[in-house]
Design a protein around this ligand. Sequence first.
Ligand code: GRG
Length: 348
Amino acid sequence: MTSWLSSSPPLALLSAPRRKLSSTVAAAIPQGKETVKTMPEFDFKGYMLSKAAAVNRALDLAVPLDEPRRIHEAMRYSLLACGKRVHPILCIAACELAGGPQALAIPPAVAVEMIHTMSLIHDDLPCMDNDDLRRWQPSCHRAFGEPLAVLAGAALLSLAFRILSDPKSYPSDLSPPPSRVLRCISELARCVGSEGLVAGQVADMESTGLSESVPIDRVEYIHIHKTAALLEASVVLGAIIGGGSDPQSIERLRRYARCIGLLYQVVDDILDVTKSSQELGKTAGKDLVSDKSTYPKLIGLEKSREFVEELNHEAKQHLEEFDPEKAAPLLHLANYITEAGWINNNNN
Ligand code: GRG
């Protein structure tokens, strides 16, 4: 199996010439807002590379090529393909912000990436979005057939909960208290089901084909459930497993994550109409063809970009009470998503 770090798109995503990210962050913080603190210097590219490498090692180990071999091949095919690993890195960053070590965040980080991958596999199926390209390769059902793709998604979903809940997933000297693990399981289960991803996907299906008559608050509902819910869970799981016990701090992180979750999907909507399939690693222009309700369609590109900047600013405001040095990864991650940093890097 090719290592993630040696495969071409992610290497281009994360190893482009170093940009002065701290100045980018400073520029994004509106002047005169005394409450938003100046960002400390931070090697964001190095951070992303090292966290992605740790996540990819753990993902590789989590799905061995056991029998039945074909299903494990399908799971690995989608899971180990070139994803940005935003969900697991957010989970690790939140754990470290809460004072926990990275090793404690690896099981929940692996779990959220498995659930994200499951949702991409199912989203691409002919009965859903019917997409042929994902993570720069044929989508799972195109490579393995529809029945195996359905099963690969289901197996990743159940493996995610097994890894999160199994005490053996955690280093023996760092075992988290069972109460923390239980809270994580409950949080993750809520975000996947009919209060989260599934709710968003159903609302998305129901509004497809009606795009211009769908009200903006319905589009926000879709995005918050379909996309933001899992990003929120990624951050909250990290904070809980890392020992974050102050309910107000967890709530601030939840609000930060909800902002960047909505932001992530609005950026995805913008990229769909502004970038090529080659740049995205998935079919571009799909939202227009399938008449999806998106922010650019309802409010236009300019206003969508302004909305993204507002969400980025609001996300950072929710981090103001934290030590800026410890919160630096989360602050930079908000910018990375806002600027679609992986594409900018690709173009450098
Ligand atoms: C079957 C229980 C169950 C749930 C699935 C299909 C579904 C319900 C929900 C769809 C969720 C979905 C695919 C939301 C879109 C999120 C999004 C913006 C994905 C784009 O991801 P990338 O390309 O991610 O930014 P990677 O990780 O590839 O870099």
